[in-house]
Design a protein around this ligand. Structure first.
Ligand code: PLP
Ligand code: LYS
Length: 420
């Protein structure tokens, strides 16, 4: 059963009316379904079960400690991209041997911390970075492991800002550079170059680009084998698309059915790094209508959540469904009006929905912005000196605050008034 749904006229998350959550915790409010989170993780794990992969939840998609903990308690590893995400992993005592670390710009300090914690692999994105990892490992007298992130030059047909595996993109190294690294791996002391990593982008709805990228990488692995080099680990990244509107993404099962046959008879340890697939539809953003006003062209529904709370619509023109928390979805009898759902931020690009035929929302009404679990709170900011929203986790009837709404004191915490 879908855990975000109407029961009669009321919108629910699991067994809790979202209207009650808004009254109790205020808005804007991120609400997550524990069951949906784990269901999605399990779907992927079941689909890939024959290969027994390590599934590393991509922390950047949602860095909430409680969600990370729920997933790691259930066996997930973590895919991190910064010292901050490492710190979060350490805070929940995540198993370091299930942590992989990608980023084109890992600092020395971050590399030191990751080696000290004993993470599984760095996903290395340049020769220079590999040199620094080796130097740090030698200084610390610790061995460490890496996979080489390959940029396979495959277009995943997604938004250009979230395309990561074409020659135009900064991520990874081309095949020739990867070959040079493998051939010269003894030069990188204390580093074991064990595998390859590929992640071509995000919100990819079809299997074809994944398959094309994987075939390219497997050919590369075969070439290395002929040169006497054995690759033991293959990290195929994340990127699985979800339904925001009317997408028809491959299911976990369909994805696995395309990928797994390419891997049989190869002795590779498989790693996946999904973020959005696990958490995207496990969260919604609740927001209250402050005012409505009509222009000659449309209605503006001004709500109390803005682009600082959910950046995706402004940043990528991303589509998120918006539903009233009370009153069922519009049907053929509902009066609809072309509307923009806009936030309070002083930017024309501050919108959650544009030019949608919507019911006549009115001040005080509560709206549910769907599909806000991934890259929602994790991309929230304090722009316009707005306090970032609270987050709650729902499990059945149980509701827990997993992050308090920021206070005005939080906003000023790191500042000083100096007079020179
Ligand atoms: C290296 C890497 N792994 C995993 C992910 C997670 O992607 P997604 O949330 O699309 O699964 C990303 C983000 O695109 C990434 O850059
Ligand atoms: N932030 C993007 C996804 C970025 C993926 C990170 N590599 C989104 O909201 O869709």
């Amino acid at each position: 059963m879908h855990e975000f749904r109407y029961v009669g006229d009321e919108f629910y998350c699991e067994d809790v009316r979202v209207g009650d959550l808004a009254r109790r915790y205020g808005t804007p409010l991120y609400v997550y379904s524990h069951k949906t989170l784990l269901d999605h993780f399990h779907k992927l794990r079941r689909a890939f079960a024959p290969a027994a992969p390590l599934i590393c939840f991509s922390v950047k998609s949602n860095s909430s400690l409680s969600l990370m903990k729920a997933l790691t308690d259930d066996g997930a590893g973590l895919d991190i991209v910064s010292g901050g995400e490492l710190h979060r992993a350490m805070r929940i005592k995540a198993d370091p041997r299930k942590i992989v670390y990608a980023s084109v710009g890992k600092t020395r300090e971050e590399i030191v911390a990751a080696i000290r914690y004993g993470i599984l692999y760095f996903n290395v994105e340049s020769i220079q970075e590999l040199g620094v990892i080796s130097a740090v490992a030698q200084e610390l007298r610790r061995d460490t492991r890496v996979c080489i992130r390959i940029n396979p030059n495959i277009d995943p047909h997604t938004h250009r800002y979230i395309t990561t595996g074409t020659v135009e993109s900064k991520f990874g190294v081309d095949l020739e550079t990867a070959r040079v690294i493998f051939l010269n791996r003894p030069n990188f002391k204390r580093v074991s170059v064990e595998g390859v990593h590929v992640h071509i982008g995000s919100q990819i709805t079809q299997a074809a680009p994944f398959v094309a990228a994987l075939k390219r990488v497997l050919r590369f692995i075969d070439h290395l084998k002929k040169a006497g080099i054995t690759v033991r680990t293959l990290n195929i990244g994340g990127g699985l698309g979800i339904i925001y509107k009317q997408e028809d993404p491959q299911t976990a099962q369909e994805y696995a059915e395309e990928i797994l046959p390419l891997l049989t008879s190869r002795r590779l340890r498989l790693i996946l790094e999904p973020g959005r697939f696990i958490v995207g539809n496990a969260g919604v953003l609740l927001t209250q209508v402050l005012y409505v006003k009509d222009s000659p062209k449309k209605r503006f529904v001004v709500v109390d959540a803005g682009m600082n709370d959910l950046a995706r619509p402004s940043l990528y023109g991303a589509y998120h469904e918006v539903h009233p928390a009370q009153g069922a979805r519009p049907d053929s009898k509902t009066t609809l009006k072309r509307s923009d759902v806009v936030g309070p931020i002083c930017e024309s690009g501050d919108f959650l929905a544009l030019n949608r035929m919507m019911p006549l929302f009115d001040a005080g009404e509560l709206l549910v912005v769907m599909g806000a679990g991934a890259y929602g709170f994790s991309m929230a900011s304090n722009y316009n000196s707005r306090r970032r929203p609270a987050e709650v986790l729902v499990k059945g009837r149980t509701v827990r605050v997993i992050r308090q709404r920021e206070s005005y004191a939080d906003l000023l915490r790191h500042e000083k008034v100096v007079e020179l």
